[in-house]
Ligand binder design. Structure first.
Ligand code: RIB
Ligand code: CA
Length: 308
């Protein structure tokens, strides 16, 4: 059954791979892409989203620019991971497909309010757009079928010892989303660090030998080696896990728990505090994913990329 989704993202190398996986999957109907400041500033994330749409021949998918900064904090970016352009490793031409004139937040509100309530939100970056949309029009919460997000962690952080990047960049937005009542599935670093871009997996993608797979392999070439310098077998391929979950949820396991976002302490700012042992009396507000079949994930990614 085709799932209608809106992807909110901050491309970003792993966002780009996630977009390609979505475009390669007819089980997903991408109603639109909203972009947010995160890995790189909004001027780049919105252009990069359009570059990836054009690469995949998806120029009819509308791309919107959303919020250029977090709600309260100043923007933290991640050029060290994604490069100054946000798509380190490839030179894609300036996009010619238009950026939609409507603000991404208003696109989210309008589309959700006019829907039958069957739209899934797939978020791959800081949650600023989603939070602002919820504040501007709270009724969209009941219109979101489910929200699958890459963010948070049940273990360590990656931008601080406590916090994962997407949540850390805009912890106040994450607080709004996690207290919204929306059906959330959280795919955190504890999961994405199980799907490392090893050399063998990168070469398998390169061996597809299509223009799109070459770009994907080039994107993963530098990205994929960064963690190797720290002794890991590859880099965690975060954002495609969200799309893979929508396509093949049985690759993952998780359970419903209560999650709260730290917005007070600077030491643990942006940490997702996961009440795994139900120490508190608050009911679960998220399905927190714990495991992924890494080989199954890369089988899915590689076979789908070969379709583009
Ligand atoms: O922490 C990883 C997340 O932060 C990914 O979504 C990556 O693209 C960055 O946005
Ligand atoms: Ca991202």
């Amino acid at each position: 059954m085709t799932q209608s989704i809106i992807i909110d993202c901050d491309p970003g190398v792993d966002d780009a791979i996630a977009l390609l996986l979505a475009f390669a999957s007819p089980d997903l109907k991408v109603l639109g892409i909203t972009t947010v400041a995160g890995n790189v500033p909004l001027t780049l994330t919105q252009a990069n989203a359009r570059r990836i749409c054009e690469l995949a021949g998806q120029t009819t998918v509308p791309v919107y620019a959303g919020c250029p900064r977090p709600i309260m904090r100043s923007l933290t970016t991640a050029e060290d991971i994604h490069g100054k352009t946000g798509l380190e490793g490839v030179e894609l031409p300036e996009p010619t497909m238009p950026l939609q004139p409507q603000h991404g937040v208003d696109f989210l509100i309008e589309t959700l309010m006019n829907s039958a309530g069957d739209i899934i939100l797939a978020t791959l970056g800081p949650l600023t757009n989603i939070a602002i949309a919820l504040i501007k029009e709270p009724r969209i919460a009941a219109k979101i079928s489910k929200l699958v997000l890459m963010g948070g962690s049940t273990t360590e952080g990656n931008v601080t010892p406590s916090a994962e990047f997407n949540i850390y960049v805009d912890p106040h937005a994450a607080h709004v989303v996690f207290t919204s009542g929306i059906q959330i599935t959280m795919i955190g670093l504890n999961v994405t660090h199980q799907v490392l871009t090893t050399a063998a997996r990168r070469e398998r993608i390169r061996a597809i030998a299509t223009p799109v797979s070459q770009v994907a392999a080039d994107l993963l070439s530098r990205y994929g080696t960064q963690e190797v310098e720290r002794g890991m077998a590859g880099s965690p391929l975060h954002d495609p896990c969200v799309i893979a979950y929508l396509l093949q949820p049985d690759l993952f396991t998780g359970h419903p728990v209560f999650v709260e976002v730290e917005t007070g302490s600077e030491l643990t700012m942006g940490r997702t505090v996961v009440d795994a042992w139900r120490r508190g009396d608050r009911p679960p507000n998220a399905n927190v994913i714990q495991t992924v079949d890494a080989n199954g994930f890369y089988d899915l990614l590689t076979t789908r990329l070969a379709r583009l």
